[in-house]
Ligand binder design. Structure first.
Ligand code: TRP
Length: 350
């Protein structure tokens, strides 16, 4: 993405002594997996620990409706995602954790913003085209309007930085366009949000395809026990050249090796490379080491997850407090935006 001449660090609010705002969201489509952890959650935790940032993390349950009509699944997934934020180490006292639907002001902002978004741009959005192609029988208007709601998510707390993967950059560009149009028409108000480069870690799926993904059934889930993990890892696809234990392989094209590079030591990686290319070790040997390292990496997370899950109602409590804080900030934005757009006169004093 192009960098903007307007430096968000120098926006009015930041000049007025407010901390730059970081915001990110996750849809409630399924369980959190190793790809989410290495690619995003760990970065969120590091950001949330910085004293010079104000962080908002939310569950995009309204966005989830565009592809998941199963209400019970959404109900189950939402607190699970919150527990994973918490188990990863995000402190709900420092960061605001909430669900999108618990802040109705975001949906109000969505409507205001939809008047600043050309339909032609929405039709061109790569994620819209992809989803429309995948589900030609369910091209709902929510899919089309997805980027407008996402702009409301981001601009509601007037975020400066959005840690997301590259697949979300077009959406972020849309949010910046909306902010720019608003500022031009109604006076400077919104900071232009910038993407925040993440670890760049892209964990491949166990089926040997591109990416570990919630809806692809190719994941190691963060709450899987070591046994469950091994049951998934043992049959996972490796370099197809290794038909038998005696065939040498090429780690550079093996998805399992790629996962190794994120969790294993230099020494272990050398051992795998040497053993794989000479058929000195089998794929199961390689996977055993991987399994141990992933289990070790997730041990602390899993322990915290167990403790937090045992505290009945805790995730809900965090969400209620988060909603209260988020509504305050986002409510202020919406009232100011309505005022500037000429639709605030008879709102009353809520
Ligand atoms: N579209 C994001 C995804 O699918 C989720 C999301 C919704 C989001 N609103 C957001 C991410 C705002 C960052 C900021 O991953």
């Amino acid at each position: 993405m192009k960098t903007e001449s307007t430096n968000p660090e120098a926006s009015r609010e930041v000049e007025a002594g407010k901390k730059p705002v970081v915001l990110s969201g996750i849809r409630a489509t399924g369980r959190m997996h190793l790809g989410n952890y290495l690619g995003a959650m760990r970065d969120f935790v590091t950001l949330s620990e910085r004293d010079d940032r104000e962080c908002f993390f939310f569950v995009a349950d309204l966005h989830t409706l565009t592809t998941l009509p199963d209400a019970d699944q959404i109900r189950r997934n939402v607190p699970e995602i919150v527990l994973s934020y918490l188990a990863a180490g995000i402190d709900p006292e420092r960061s605001t954790i909430y669900t999108q639907s618990s802040v109705p002001e975001t949906s109000e902002l969505f409507w205001l913003f939809s008047n600043l978004m050309p339909v032609g741009e929405l039709l061109k959005s790569p994620s819209y085209k992809e989803k429309a192609q995948m589900h030609p029988d369910n091209i709902n208007a929510g899919l089309l309007n997805y980027p407008v709601l996402m702009a409301a998510d981001i601009l509601g707390p007037r975020a400066h930085f959005v840690p997301v993967g590259e697949d979300q950059y077009t959406h972020l560009e849309n949010a910046r366009d909306i902010a720019r149009r608003f500022n031009n028409r109604y006076g400077d108000f919104f900071p232009l949000p910038q993407p925040l480069q993440q670890s760049g870690i892209r964990v491949p799926g166990l089926d040997g395809t591109g990416k570990m993904g919630k809806s692809d059934g190719n994941t190691l889930d963060l709450v899987d026990t070591p046994d469950e993990m091994w049951k998934k890892l043992a049959p996972a696809v490796t370099d197809p050249a290794r038909k038998t234990r005696k065939d040498p392989g090429n780690p550079d094209i093996c998805n399992i090796y790629t996962i190794h590079t994120y969790v294993s030591t230099e020494e272990e990686l050398n051992w795998v490379r040497e053993g794989c290319t000479t058929a000195g070790i089998g794929c199961l040997d390689c996977k055993k080491t991987l399994h141990k390292n992933i289990s070790d990496l997730l041990a602390e997370y899993q322990e915290r997850h167990r403790d937090l899950s045992a505290r009945k109602g805790y995730a809900e409590e965090v969400l209620r407090e988060g909603a209260r804080r988020a509504r305050k900030v986002i409510g202020e934005t919406v009232r100011e935006a309505q005022d500037r757009m000429g639709v605030a006169a008879y709102r009353g004093s809520s």
